[in-house]
Write a protein that binds this ligand. Sequence first.
Ligand SMILES: *Cc1c(COP(=O)(O)O)cnc(C)c1O
Length: 436
Amino acid sequence: MTPFTDALPGVTFENSLRFARRLDAEDALRDFRNRFHIPVVAGKEAIYFCGNSLGLQPKTVREAVEREMLHWEKLAVEGHFTGRQPWFTYHKQFKEPLGQLVGARPHETVVMNNLTTNLHLMLTSFYRPTPRRCKVLMEGGAFPSDQYAVESQVRLHGFSPETAVVEVQPRPGAYTLRTEDIVDQIEALGDELALVLFGGINYYTGQVYDLEAIARAAHRVGARVGFDLAHAIGNVPLRLHDWGADFAVWCSYKYLNSGPGGVAGAFVHEKHADSDLPRLAGWWGYQEKSRFQMQKGFKPMYGADGWQLANGPVLLLAAHRAALDVFAEAGMDALRRKSRLLTGYLEFILRTDPVLRQHVEIITPADPEWRGCQLSLRLPETGKAVFERLGQEGVIADWREPDVIRLAPVPLYNSFEDVYRCGEILAALVRTQTGK
Ligand SMILES: *Cc1c(COP(=O)(O)O)cnc(C)c1O
């Protein structure tokens, strides 16, 4: 078995500590691990495979936040307009790094609020149902917050979620969706379809969706299309502008390591930059030049900035900026290359260890093109017990009902040795649980 030789030509994986250490020695990104605080469990560095839920803290974040604390202390209100990075324009420095990550032009992104808040703001503008065209198509088993957001928006417009929300389900016996099934469903709904809302990566299965094909199909039937990139941003390459997505939203505390409840972001395609789309407005979305004239009558800024409601949370923005700097230094291409190898190595161990092969089912797509750095493992008999012991053994992963353990080896701070050791611990626990 020689998986993923595209990532490391001519090399066959081996399930050994020596081999894992060799991969670490050859890893050009290995030093980035030292830029992060790694949690300690029972006196030892944890194997942290939960970056898909909360990314680790970059060591530079504390200083960045303290710098703004000091500005507040010394400059108070003057901090809005003086200092190295005045708060009045603080949010503008994110256009470049976020544009890189999502494939957007500067005026197409904005950093603000939380993900679910941004989703509501975008749905308010882009879900404009009529009695004939009122349906929303989503992935079956979308993240609950997205389901609740859509359900409540549908009700706000006087429609019923039972009929207006349609979910694409996997075929019998499958866990993931086929692009052709998504496209077929879009075409079948045709002019009843108002909006397609999809994750970039499904949080449960780790499947990457073909956003380009989805956007094309949605537009072909005259629907709008938006993406939730919570699990995709900083994980897989994205090209929102070229794909023609109408909008997208994301959070910053998963792969972007910007801290719990960190400030989120949104994308609005250039084609809507100057539009008079209905929206919920606030003073920070008002044209900047005349904002402080405090006039009646809302005039939106050009582009995604026109959806801002309020002045930005500078302490959170400072953390976000420091985290994105680490990201930019590593570079998305190099991270993706390592990610494919790291996740491929985890998959190799799960598929070749005799006990794991028998008792663990990987429900994430096997093709590296259609997954990020997460593998979702189904352990029907032993799941919960194994998961609880994993934590005690220093592997920080997460559990999703009814029987799934999600493991996310993150290329910025996880090592091949982490992957090897995780496999070793997992195999021992499954062996104990199954009495093999
Ligand atoms: C993590 C996640 C969220 C979280 O929403 P918040 O508003 O940040 O609490 C929403 N949607 C998806 C798909 C997620 O993975």
